[in-house]
Design a protein around this ligand. Structure first.
Ligand SMILES: *Cc1c(COP(=O)(O)O)cnc(C)c1O
Length: 395
């Protein structure tokens, strides 16, 4: 079964690129030194880390000393938000985020509130975009940090990073972006972009799981570390480096730098092909997210007259997709991202997120399209609501 499973869940995680795996392997075996050690084994591990740091910096247009290795985007976000807010506590207490942020941001914002801080959650429009005027109005003289995601992990909507960054600069507040879905997929250059901090994870860009990056603009941005100890990463994130994972992430960044533009073109064409198939064969579809300003590999569709859970179940062994972000487990049904976009619960529940990636083929897109069309048709045949509306159309 799983051999034929078509993987369209690349926003959840991606397969580690074989070239990344190859680069990592020696650091699990012969090259096992601790980079803090002064002997040759340690020196070589330290050199491997610095080479990877340059590769990461190279993808972002950053300086190597602005790259902090963490365990993933969740930790990077926690370090960015709470680290900055704590460090600048005398300057202010106010954090601004958007309603459609990943839980890593929303829950960290809650944590800040529990510590006595203030948080403003910006609303979004039906495309999942914030209004820059809302942001302008939300900033007050006690605002320290604005955190807005670069690309949404459910609907793919992109943030105008440069405009938001300029606004934050003008108002003298720091700008952090959760760029987990953007980095490695679309170009981004912090040497020209007014962004102060960026977070992302290796496993969303064909690198290994358990490794992430916090970019922070130096020396302008300072933060209070959350994990102290041996003083690694300039004291910002102590703990022995995950050398194999860091090496893998470096290679993943290098590959992305050279391949992402061509890959984005290919994914965009595949995405359009999938949408055309669905649209051609099915009525009652709604595209969720912005039609143009969206990740090339993202398609999020609501299906009228279909139960979302039943649809996922019907497709389970053929096509690996999600409905929102892992909402079946949470048991709440409708995605809070779609709900924040003003989409009613029933439509939000009956939606699928397709995440196309590096290994998605034309054939897979055609097969997946056919499987979804067949599953939706079958479920609609069983739906009294659908039958009723068909009858109405006939009379
Ligand atoms: C996956 C993801 C995260 C969390 O990444 P982890 O690797 O689980 O820490 C944060 N933000 C976005 C937008 C994501 O897609």
């Amino acid at each position: 079964m799983s051999q034929n499973l078509i993987y369209l869940d690349n926003h959840s995680t991606t397969r580690c690129d074989p070239r990344v795996l190859d680069a990592m392997l020696p650091y699990f075996s012969e090259e096992y030194g601790n980079p803090s050690s002064l002997h040759p084994l340690g020196r070589r591990a330290a050199q491997a880390i610095e080479a990877a740091r340059e590769q990461v910096a190279g993808l972002l247009g950053a300086a190597p000393r602005e790259i902090v290795f963490t365990s993933g985007a969740t930790e990077s976000i926690s370090l960015a938000l709470l680290g900055v807010l704590q460090h600048y506590r005398t300057r202010g207490d106010h954090l601004i985020v958007a309603a459609t942020e990943h839980k890593a941001v929303l829950e960290t914002a809650h944590q800040w509130q529990d510590e006595g801080g203030r948080v403003t959650v910006l609303p979004v429009d039906s495309y999942g975009c914030i209004d820059l005027d809302d942001l302008r109005r939300a900033i007050d003289d006690r605002t320290v940090l604005v955190s807005l995601m670069a690309a949404n992990n459910e609907v793919g909507t992109l943030l105008p990073l440069a405009e938001v960054g300029r606004l934050c600069r003008e108002r003298g507040v720091f700008f952090h972006s959760d760029a987990t879905q953007w980095v490695g997929k679309l170009p981004l250059d912090v040497s020209s972009l007014p962004v102060d901090l960026l977070s992302f994870s290796g496993h969303k860009m064909y690198g290994p799981k358990g490794i992430g990056v916090l970019y922070l603009r130096r020396p302008e941005v300072r933060l209070t570390p959350r994990q102290v100890g041996g003083g690694q990463e300039h004291g910002l994130r102590a703990g022995t480096h995950a050398v194999p994972l860091i090496v893998g992430l470096g290679v993943a960044c290098d590959l992305a730098k050279h391949e992402m533009n061509a890959e984005a073109q290919r994914l965009l064409a595949l995405r359009e092909r999938l949408w055309t198939t669905l649209h051609h064969h099915l009525e009652g579809l709604h595209l969720n997210g912005h039609p143009l300003h969206r990740l090339p590999g993202n398609l999020n569709v609501s299906f009228e007259w279909v139960n979302g859970a039943a649809l996922l179940l019907a497709l389970r062994n053929q096509v690996a997709v999600s409905s929102g972000a892992a909402c079946i487990e949470s048991g709440t049904g409708a995605s809070y991202v779609l709900r924040a976009m003003g989409i009613e619960a029933s439509r939000a529940e009956a939606s699928l997120r397709f995440g196309l990636g590096r290994y998605t083929t034309d054939e897979e897109i055609d097969q997946a399209g056919q499987a979804v069309v067949a599953a939706v048709r079958k479920l609609r045949q069983q739906s009294p609501l659908y039958q009723m509306q068909q009858q109405l159309l006939r009379t």
